[in-house]
Structure formats: C-alpha cells, structure tokens
Design a protein around this ligand. Structure first.
Ligand code: ZN
Ligand code: ZN
Length: 366
C-alpha cells in the first residue's frame, strides 16, 4: 500500500470522527504515512510531524535540519519549515486550512507540548481532540511488500546470529558478544539494532531484559541471546537460548518445556483465534509443568516499523488475530539464581495458520 492510500484511509477516518485535521508526531506513524524516516532523538526532541487535514493535501512540518531529507523522502508532500517553532506555524496554518478540530496523538505527545498546544488552540478557537491508535490500527495488518521487508530483516538477523555463533566460546564476556553482534549487524548492512541486544550468561538469563556486562560465558550454563535489527525501516527480533558444551538434565527439562509451549502456540495461530487464546495455550503447558509463575511476561508482540507494536499476544488482549499481522512467539521460564530459557520466533498470521519467518534452528530442538 502506498503512502497516499494509507493517508486516504486516515482522512476517511477523520471525516467519520468529525475531526478536521490530525497532527501525527509518532515517528513510525509519520514514516508509515509519508516515507519520511527521520527518528526522534529523545522524548523532548522531534524531527517533525505530519498535518493531515480531513480533506486536502497533507503537509510535513519540520525544521531546517531535516529539510533536505524530508523533501527527498516525502516527495509527494509539501514540506513546511517552522523557524519559530511548531506552535507558531500552527497558529497561522490551522485557520488557513479551516481546521477547527485538531486531533493529536495522546500517547506520543508530551504534557508540556500539549499545554502549549492548548494555549494556542484557545487563542484561535480550535478544539483539541486526543486520539489513540488511529495510524497504529492501519499498521496492524502488513501488506505483502511490508512482509517482504520484515522477511529480509529476519534473514539478515539470522545471518548475523550464525556468524557470531561460530565465534562463541567460554571465557568471552556478555558485553564482548553484544558488541560483536551489533558491529556485525552494521557491517552486514543493517541500519541499527532494533533494541538493545541482550546477551545473558548463566544466572543472568533469569532476567528477561538483562543488560550485557562483564559476566563471563561458561560451559554447561544457559546462554540467552535476544537480538534484532532494522533493515529498510522494518524490524526483526529473535531469541535463542542454548548451552556451550553438554546441557544438564535441568536445562534439558526447562528448554524442552519452553519449546513445547512455543510449538503449541505456533500450531494454534491463524486468523480468527484471539491473542489471549494463543497466550493461554503456551501458558497452560508451562503452568501444568509447575512453572507458571516463572513465565511472567506475555507470549509475544507485533513487529513492523517498531520492534514492539500491536497486537500483543497477552492474556489481556481478547481481540482476534487477522491475516497479515506479524507477531513474535516467545515463551520463557526464568528461575532466579539458576537462569532462564526464552525461545523467540516471528510469524505472519495467515487465514489457515501461520507462516514462520525464521529459518534458524540453532539449539531449538534438544
Ligand atoms: Zn526479542
Ligand atoms: Zn520480542
């Protein structure tokens, strides 16, 4: 789907909701609707926003630093700079465009900016409408072109993993391996990691989001690597847990249980099944074996332009999965003092099942 078609859908939605215009500031939403790929470098920094009127041409509002990039990437939009800041530009632009009701993304707008917006809106008689998930709703379902790009991001991530895997050895530290993963990603053409790489050795693998440090990788102990990269704007995310040398019985038992839960969930994914039902299938298998409390996070999440997006595969999400969604399936068991096992693959939801995007099987079936 082209940016113009996506924008057209948002405009139809705005007209239905009787909103005259929408300010899109969330970076992935911005990119999805315009092709403009700049990132925001911190919660208080913005590289611009889209102003989408319910009728008429959308505009990309940004500042001098991003002018050339904006014009090149969002080539079908007019780019307007705000040398005096966004509020000052909106003060002129909203009345010109006859926007009397302005939607903004409430989950991606700082309170301090919303206050400024409110002062300005009151001055020019504009009503502000906080919105949630308007663009995210479209991003939920990937078209085949997006799926191809995600597939490529997964494939490159696996190439990086395979290369790094060959150089793993007892005695190296978590931090060294994380650095090697991230430099290999860049060398092989990734834009960047899609999140902070996790390399967790031994008992550190009991921390689902462990930060790689000076801990030394030992034989016969769990080693968890969770890594992902961004390629062409789209993300990948994969976890492998394994041991160097022969695993002991306890490791084998935990690992096989996690794998069984993962395979059962994968077998259940198809259009029409609820996210909560898929989560429950994996969770029940782990709970029946007595490890319920050790699986404290949800089963998975959507992946696309963002590495964590909707739909969440969680007990709290009663919504049905639909064809074209891309999700991770990543059950885990975490035992303080011992370690943990998480196995994560990505799939595309299809009408009659799901399509596994991963080819890598390192250490999966023991
Ligand atoms: Zn992950
Ligand atoms: Zn994940």
């Amino acid at each position: 789907m082209r940016c113009a078609e996506r924008t057209g859908r948002i405009q139809a939605l705005l007209r239905r909701k009787k909103i005259d215009g929408l300010l899109v500031s969330q970076p992935e939403n911005r990119r999805y609707l315009s092709g403009y790929s700049a990132l925001d470098h911190g919660i208080g920094e913005s590289s611009g926003c889209l102003l989408i009127p319910a009728r008429g041409e959308p505009r990309l509002l940004t500042d001098f630093r991003f002018k050339l990039q904006a014009e090149a990437e969002a080539d079908s939009l007019s780019v307007v700079l705000y040398p005096k800041g966004l509020p000052a530009l909106l003060k002129e632009m909203l009345p010109d465009l006859k926007i009397r009701t302005l939607g903004f993304e409430s989950e991606y707008t700082l309170y301090s900016f919303a206050e400024k917006l409110k002062v300005l809106a009151d001055k020019i008689g504009v009503r502000l409408v906080p919105t949630t998930g308007l663009v995210e709703m479209l991003r939920l379902i990937k078209d085949e072109n997006e799926i191809e790009r995600i597939r490529a991001a997964v494939a490159l991530n696996e190439q990086v993993f395979a290369e790094v895997y060959r150089s793993l050895a007892p005695g190296r530290t978590e931090r060294e391996i994380a650095l090697l993963i991230e430099s290999t990603m860049r060398r092989m053409g990734a834009q960047s990691p899609s999140f902070e790489t996790i390399v967790a050795a031994g008992s550190n693998s009991a921390l689902p989001h462990a930060v790689p440090g000076p801990v030394i990788i030992e034989q016969h102990r769990p080693l968890m690597i969770d890594m992902g990269l961004i390629l062409d704007g789209y993300c990948s995310d994969m976890t492998r847990t394994f041991v160097l040398g022969a695993p002991d019985d306890r490791y084998l038992e935990i690992h096989r249980l996690v794998r069984r839960a993962q395979l059962a969930a994968l077998a259940a994914i198809r259009e029409g099944v609820t996210a909560a039902a898929v989560d429950k299938i994996a969770r029940d298998i782990i709970a029946e074996a007595g490890h319920g409390p050790a699986f404290g996070h949800s089963l998975g999440h959507g992946v696309g332009l963002a590495v964590h997006e909707e739909p969440r595969l969680s007990a709290r999400n009663g919504k049905k999965l639909r064809a074209g969604m891309v999700v991770t399936v990543e059950p885990g068991i975490y035992i303080p003092g011992w370690g943990g096992v998480r196995l994560e693959n990505m799939v595309v939801v299809r009408e009659d099942g799901c399509e596994l995007l991963n080819n890598n099987t390192t250490g999966l079936d023991l």
